[in-house]
Design a protein around this ligand. Structure first.
Ligand SMILES: [Zn+2]
Length: 301
């Protein structure tokens, strides 16, 4: 007898991950990953996705009949072309059509931040710690900055297909020019690479975000301290824009920057300056599934 499985793929900048969940228990039955090979071009990425699905099919002795794929950026609902991807090799391609014809099965796609929000809502920290939350904003702060909005259990894709996208809101001029054509986007100020390049501008040295956080904790480097204070101030400022418009019950923060413990204390201390309310009850939570949230959300599509 064929088991009933949910298949999900997370198309990341460096790796493609596949999970197969049991449709009843939602437990992970199989998970594998391979490199994306994005620098070899769009066609290669498509064939990597197929290769991974074939590999997993082989392992579990069953092929998918449909599959969910979480992707960077978003898809234009009219032209069906990819846009807004920081993995720019994807932009302008009709990914959904191309991958469906390559795989020969129905495919559902959505943005990776939407997948993240959905999986934390359905399986993760929201289900377990905040079961009464109605409105949840899922944030990914890593190489890029994205977001997914869930209201009453549903992803809000929005009229223009950009629901929850806050990474390219204007935050501060000092962030400099962005690939999207604007200046000072949220992503250019508080993403991992933006913080690393700020530190480099100040100190003349390249350090990874992880090293900068360590230096900050040791109080041994004023440039690291300044970089972290910049993160705390601008995180408060950027997220207050979401609170002022949507006022979610819970904000879940994923990605490498979201992993920094101080973001949940020092990173919130400027909130009262920017949130238009005399009290702030918004809950901030770390995701339960971390890096795996995206691929689990894709399987739930
Ligand atoms: Zn931008």
């Amino acid at each position: 007898m064929m088991a009933n499985y949910l298949w999900g793929i997370d198309l990341g900048g460096t790796k493609i991950e596949c999970v197969v969940l049991d449709a009843g228990s939602l437990e992970i039955n199989e998970r594998q990953r391979i490199p994306t090979l994005g620098n070899e071009g769009y066609e290669v990425v498509l064939s990597q996705i197929k290769k991974l699905i074939d590999q997993v099919s082989e392992s579990i002795g069953q092929k998918p009949t449909r599959i969910g794929i979480g992707t960077p950026g978003s898809i234009n609902p009219y032209s069906h072309e990819f846009r807004n991807c920081n993995s720019v090799y994807l932009n302008g391609h009709t990914f959904l059509k191309d991958i469906q014809s390559l795989l020969g099965i129905p495919v559902m796609t959505t943005n990776d931040a939407n997948c993240f929000a959905k999986s934390e809502y359905k399986l993760g920290v929201i289900k377990n710690k905040y079961p009464n939350a109605k409105t949840v904003f899922g944030v990914i702060m890593g190489t890029g900055v994205g977001g997914g909005l869930i209201v009453n259990g549903e992803i809000i894709n929005g009229r223009n297909g950009i629901g929850g996208e806050w990474g390219h809101n204007f935050l501060d001029e000092s962030g400099g020019a962005c690939y999207c054509g604007n200046v000072g986007c949220v992503e250019k100020v508080i993403s991992g690479p933006a913080l690393e390049s700020y530190y480099k501008r100040k100190s003349g040295n390249h350090k990874s975000l992880k090293e900068i956080v360590e230096l900050y904790r040791n109080h041994s480097d004023p440039n690291a301290d300044e970089t972290m204070q910049r993160l705390f101030f601008y995180f408060s400022k950027a997220i207050s824009q979401i609170i002022n418009v949507v006022d979610p019950d819970v904000i879940v923060i994923g990605g490498g920057v979201g992993n920094i413990d101080e973001l949940y204390t020092d990173g919130l201390k400027h909130l009262s300056q920017f949130v238009f309310s005399d009290y702030i009850e918004t809950q901030f939570a770390k995701p339960m599934y971390g890096d795996s949230s995206g691929v689990l959300g894709a399987a739930l599509l």
